[in-house]
Design a protein. Sequence first.
Lengths: 269, 279
Amino acid sequence: MTTAAIDRARRWRPPPLIANPVLRWALLLGAVVYLALAVSGIPVNWERVSEGLERGGRFLAGFLYPDFSSRFGEIFEGFVESLVMTVVATVLGLLVSIPVALGAARNLAPLPVYYFCRGLIALSRTFQEIIVAILFVAMFGFGPFAGVLTLVFGTVGFLSKLLAEDIEDIDRSQVEAIRATGGSWFQLLNYGVQPQVMPRLIGLSLYRLDINFRESAVIGIVGAGGIGATLNTAFDRYEYDVAAAILLVIIVIVMIAEYSSSAIRRWVQ
Amino acid sequence: MLVIEGLAKQYPTGDRALKGVSLTVPKGQIMALIGPSGAGKSTLIRCVNRLVEPTAGRVTLDGQPITGLSRRGLRQARRKMGMIFQEFALVERLTVMENVLSGRLGYVGFWRSWFRRFPEADVAAAFALLDRVGLAGFEDKRADALSGGQRQRVGIARALLQHPSLLLVDEPTASLDPKTSRQIMRLLQELCRERGLAAIINIHDVALAQMFAERIVGLRSGEIVYDGPPDDVSADILTRIYGEEDWSQTIRLPDEDGEPEMPHADAGAVNRERLAGLT
């Protein structure tokens, strides 16, 4: 009995995130009101929705009877092109990313180089692949070349940033030990830094490989070659059964890539 | 012979880690550097091979001035100074052999080291050293698969493969158990004697220092407050170095092994400097 009384007397609540109760409730109320207004502000044309439902239904029905055969040649070519784009872009992107990442690691690079490389990364990450693809298609014409450049651009932003962060987290004492032996700067990278970041580098590259494959399907829609272009053509012709076949193959390839890259990453650790 | 004259270090934070230290370590002498955490021990040995850049003073090794050397000259001078670390500082994902051979990086070109094609004589010397430190047959094990004592042996082999004339040893036993600590200190002592190597050993364990060093230097707040033979270290002197405490159990008595472990945490400003120096 007495212990229960003491328990009640000494209740504890976690301190609120915002100490001022007026401010706390005002913020909450404001958020709810804003959300309600925002939702009611989205225009919905219900007639158009009911029409579209039917079209959507036809699209989904296509999945029940995917047509792999009638446009087999085009689909096959599209996939080969996409895979080539993906591999080439990942390898090129990786080659560019490594020096950029070294430059963007605060513990290796002098300040001006650091800012330059960070700027490059920021630039690459600011622009979504589609926008970059549109630009490159305008510059270099339709086709996989613009697509490869787009993917390289995206890969550099992604890989350099994450690799640079991994380099910044390395154990300094290992680097210091190599420095103490009188090794040169490149030997320092090869012996002190590379072994520490290698598993992550391999993991990130494989991950980027499957991102690049998916992206190659998307940027094809704006004319940058690959399976996306084939998919776009199928939509333009209202051939939903062909489109469904393409989407199914994309799903299968992405799943294979996902599974094998995670298996390889586990092995590398 | 290592000659240090008026060595001073002030960190950008304003901490004066060393306030004009002068010290001469003759060839073949094993010197223990003791002192409380933050006394500047770590900074002192890192100023010798300029992993930390001294603010003032001169360091000369075997007649060659180390301070004032160019980048390239410094790299060559560093080959003559083997360094051994508290946390072993092995490259964890490399094999034992690669770690030991990294002691030759100052001597071989980049591509040779990249392809791990070290000169035969270096590989033979590395095998001989692994044998000597008691790790025969461990060459293809990864460094992170070893125990603490084994790792420190690899660290010692790496330092010795440089064919140094001086060993800079930073808390070699701080991460080891008492028995392994003794073995490692004994190994260091034997190797120094075999090769006529001088060594500066930073160490917190006064009894170990007394047991294995020929000379003890006490550092406090960046200044030398004791310099003499190990047997002259008395309670008074320990008070001068570390401050007031009951020292009766710490000092080594004849035929008795005391095992005092003192806490260590010699980092802070030193770390930041080392990181900045990576460029």
